[in-house]
Design a protein around this ligand. Structure first.
Ligand SMILES: NC(=O)c1ccc[n+]([C@@H]2O[C@H](COP(=O)([O-])OP(=O)(O)OC[C@H]3O[C@@H](n4cnc5c(N)ncnc54)[C@H](OP(=O)(O)O)[C@@H]3O)[C@@H](O)[C@H]2O)c1
Length: 281
């Protein structure tokens, strides 16, 4: 297989960094995308990889990231939308969206949509890091920012459910044109996850209990497997995986109408006059 270009967001730490390490030994070109310049540069230097800095709380950064990727890489065979996490008190971004929803859903939605022609030409795999927390989600299209009822867990569950709905709708719209896509839960992984959160989950991730969690390398296993194997043979596009196996998700994740409506609402929310037209057939 000739050298592929694999773009991983959230590759400056945790699961994304572990996936970048594993995938860079196979002769592919891995592009490290991170928020912290220091951490991102350190992983890139360790791997001899390219890197790009982008803060997903700023959609302008996501647009600049997409422009840079399009300029630098004539093909992108894998896009791993992995950056994300659980937040603290409800906060709006400079774009006016609830932060958890923007970082975990709107930013990767915008990035993927801006890259979509390149992804189609490259017959790319788009791999989305979701979470078993999708089961705590209950999406309300009229209150995607949880203005009425916010908690860090609810916002995170909604966003991770949105990752699965996005995967299903990306499959529906673009599989016929060559894109394959899957979402996955990495497990409960000892990373920097929840560091800035006020969620109860912080007790598990940032205490002595952390020793009981699986390693970032194990957490990256399904991502690395999806990136290195063939959709239609080894895995099914449009599905949600855990431990390399299709998993059931929140009942809302099976709602095709909701997936389409979320896509359309997301286009509105990221100001889509600048986006390429997506097929609705
Ligand atoms: N750990 C778990 O048990 C677990 C379970 C289920 C799902 N997940 C999901 O797995 C993914 C990776 O998380 P992790 O566990 O590896 O946590 P992590 O160690 O905290 O890594 C998170 C990554 O996302 C980046 N990131 C966070 N906020 C960002 C922002 N505003 N803009 C751009 N990048 C941002 C971080 O960048 P910097 O480090 O440069 O700031 C880092 O590279 C997340 O989507 C998370 O929701 C994790």
């Amino acid at each position: 297989m000739s050298e592929r270009t694999i773009v991983i967001t959230g590759a400056s730490d945790g699961i994304g960094a572990a996936a970048a390490r594993a995938l860079s030994v196979s002769g592919d070109r891995v592009v490290i995308v991170g928020r912290s310049p220091q951490k991102t540069e350190a992983i890139a230097a360790e791997l001899g990889a390219d890197h790009v800095i982008a803060d997903f709380t700023r959609l302008a950064d996501v647009r600049a990231l997409a422009a840079q990727l399009l300029r630098r890489y004539p093909r992108i065979e894998v896009l791993a939308n992995n950056a994300g996490g659980i937040m603290g008190a409800r906060e709006l971004t400079e774009d006016g969206h609830e932060k958890t929803f923007q970082v975990n859903h709107l930013a990767p939605f915008l990035l993927t949509t801006l890259l979509v022609d390149r992804l189609v030409e490259s017959r790319a795999s788009v791999i989305n890091t979701s979470s078993a927390a999708n089961r705590f989600g209950r999406l309300n299209l009229d209150d995607l920012g949880n203005e009425r009822k916010y908690s860090p867990n609810k916002a995170y569950g909604d966003a991770k459910l949105a990752n699965i709905l996005f995967t299903r709708e990306l499959h529906r719209r673009y599989h016929g044109r060559g894109i394959v896509t899957a979402a996955f839960h990495p497990g409960v992984v000892a990373t920097s996850f929840s560091t800035g959160s006020t969620s109860i989950m912080r007790l598990v991730y940032q205490s002595a209990l952390k020793r009981m969690l699986i390693s970032p390398e194990k957490g990256a296993d399904t991502l690395v497997w999806l990136a290195g194997t063939t959709a239609g043979v080894d895995w099914q596009s449009g599905e949600y995986y855990e431990k390399r196996t299709v998993q059931s998700a929140n009942s809302q994740a099976a709602d095709a109408g909701l997936a389409t409506a979320l896509w359309e609402r997301s286009i509105d929310l990221v100001a889509t006059d600048l986006l390429p037209q997506a097929s609705t057939s």
